[in-house]
Design a protein around this ligand. Sequence first.
Ligand code: 13P
Ligand code: SF4
Length: 303
Amino acid sequence: MNHNQKEILKLKEEKNAIILAHNYQTAEIQEIADFMGDSLELCIKASQIDDADLVVFCGVDFMAETAAILNPSKKILIPENHAECPMAHMLPREELLKYKKRYPDAAVVLYVNTMAEAKAEADILCTSANALQVVESLDDDQILFGPDMNLAWFVQEQTDKEIIPIPENGHCYVHKMFKTADITFSREKYPDAEVLVHPECDGKVQQMADHVLSTGGMIRHVAASSKKTFLIGTEVDMVTRLRRENPDKMFYPLLDDAICENMKLHTLEKVKKSLLKERYQVTVPQEIADKAKNAVERMLEVS
Ligand code: 13P
Ligand code: SF4
């Protein structure tokens, strides 16, 4: 542990705080986190926090907002308030309302990577870990699904329901970097490796992979697999966590420069300041939070 990490652990105790971190955080933040996970696991954890006064959320805006929606009486802090997920801003509430007007009979399933105002207009949310399960849980045959067109494609491949991606080109700039040639090239280098990619990757990349999984799904898959080598098609620090937890296995990023700059805005220095100054608090207006909470809780019920 370095000096900053030791200070953070001390402050954490003094303030009765817990640190939640997404799987894309750097090694030094992973090391001081109380809990790490994918978006669904972090949502579930956030719904179960009852003995902490402060929650420091090392993730992007929509994740911290979801924690705030589920914990109205807790102080939710984000160490860097510019840590935004660009995809979550690709479907603002006003756009969503236009689609709802155009397709009045469709159910609305929103990826958790959306802002609270949009979540408040959804019937139910989903994450990359439960998207198909959520869609199949509905009676409706026509589904407005956004904002990730690739996750929409992933679901459409496995359901008879009509999935309408909204907006037309919603995507993640990090997962968009992966091309089928990256898989071809890496398989030549590591012929025994299993290729795991995230459903935010392009459909053609998903088709070439051995498995398409959420980040939490990748962790569970690797732990249960007898394979020894894995090529990881998602943000590079996913490999950091997989290596830490599976020292007997080999992990290689499918692309070294698949870096989510937004997630990387959090640093130990900022986590320390966040605890010291109790900043930056993430809040959601009550009326929006109440509506959004229904959609989050409906998802948690079917997960
Ligand atoms: P996971 O829920 O699979 O961790 O994905 C979150 C995310 O933002 C992927 O880019
Ligand atoms: Fe958003 Fe993509 Fe970063 Fe995930 S990897 S937080 S979807 S920008």
